[in-house]
Design a protein around this ligand. Structure first.
Ligand code: SF4
Length: 342
């Protein structure tokens, strides 16, 4: 799917600069910060409110123009326009970035009209105030898809109205890492319109208010938090009901299971082990010790408990830490790779 990126929903990744500051729970295990520290000998020198951001090289800035020049070849091969994710190692609407850099970025976006630029931000509230002056009327260039990261219901209620307030051709949600259930079928915040005589027109659902695409994914990397399968499934069903394309990106580090066969844990040499069921009815004990770090269960109320299972209460779902690759990206037995219409 991707030509120059390992990310499932983009063809290219472009970083105009590197460096950022954590702004919420979705940043807790920031891959980019860890990478920054790795390359700088252990300290993330471009992270924090006062840390300098690092602009990338001129040769890197030249890449989008080359991709733009190859648009005909790409279209002939794939039958669609190229998607560019900007930025995976920073946030375009970080207010600690030199405004001149952002102006250069938007000039580049406007100079590459054959590319669709996916600007995904955790600072959606900054967009209006940080758009460069030459973006007249606050309207984003036609080749920008504007996305907000949403990890929880609180962020959905707070940030989706901000996303909807920005004029953009395509607006999307990246719900990764998804950290809890999210209901998008609730009225968009705002006053109901009084029609007189006590009747009111209610605000439409959030998901019907101008969201063109929803991406859902679990967390990967060290410290990743498990995602309940119902959270991903519910968002898929809400999108289907509203006619919004849905892309299930990954489970992340934790692979869930649910209902039957019921998970079991037995003692082996004094430590709890997960029982593996075999198709012929036999079972064996896995070599993995069951601990709070590699095994969690949820009860019917959605309460998560780490580690060894107590079968006095009913288990609704469980998840094992198996690694991102092994966990894969099948939801209810298939992939979900929907995109906004061209
Ligand atoms: S906004 Fe993105 S790049 Fe910045 S700290 Fe958060 S996760 Fe990392």
């Amino acid at each position: 799917m991707s030509e120059n990126s390992k990310i499932e929903w983009t063809d290219h990744t472009f970083n105009p600069w590197e460096g950022c500051q954590k702004v919420g729970p979705g940043c807790d295990h920031c891959y980019a910060e860890a990478r920054n520290a790795r390359f700088a000998g252990g300290t993330a020198i471009n992270w924090g409110p006062d840390a300098p951001r690092r602009r990338t090289s001129a040769s890197n800035w030249a890449k989008p123009r080359a991709w733009n020049d190859q648009a005909g070849v790409f279209m002939a091969k794939h039958g669609r326009r190229q998607r560019v994710f900007c930025a995976s190692l920073a946030d375009v609407f970080d207010n600690a970035v030199d405004p001149a850099w952002r102006a250069d970025l938007f000039a580049l976006i406007q100079a590459t009209p054959a590319l669709d630029w996916l600007l995904l931000t955790k600072r959606i509230g900054n967009v209006h105030s940080l758009l460069p002056e030459h973006i007249t009327g606050g309207e984003l260039p036609n080749n920008v898809w504007l996305g907000a990261t949403i990890t929880s219901q609180a962020e959905a209620d707070r940030d989706i109205p901000k996303l909807l307030s920005v004029p953009a051709r395509v607006r999307f949600l990246s719900m990764e890492p998804l950290l809890g259930p999210v209901d998008l079928e609730r009225p968009r915040p705002g006053p109901d319109l009084d029609q007189g005589g006590g009747s009111k027109i209610c605000q439409p659902w959030l998901i019907q208010s101008g969201i063109d695409w929803v991406i859902v994914g679990g967390e990967s990397g060290p410290g990743a938090r498990p995602m309940h399968p119902d959270w991903a499934r519910s968002l898929r069903d809400q999108c289907a009901a509203a006619g919004v394309p849905y892309l299930f990106k990954q489970w992340g580090e934790w692979l869930p299971g649910e209902n039957e066969p019921h998970p079991e844990v037995k003692e082996l040499n004094g430590s709890p082990r997960r029982v593996a069921h075999h198709q012929d009815g036999r079972w064996g004990i896995t070599s993995t010790k069951v601990t709070g770090h590699n095994y969690v269960t949820w009860d019917e109320e959605g309460v998560m408990r780490p580690g060894k299972v107590d079968f006095c209460w009913p288990v609704r779902a469980w998840a094992e830490r198996v690694g991102k690759k092994a966990a894969g990206r099948l939801l209810d037995g298939r992939t979900w790779d929907e995109f906004p219409a061209p």
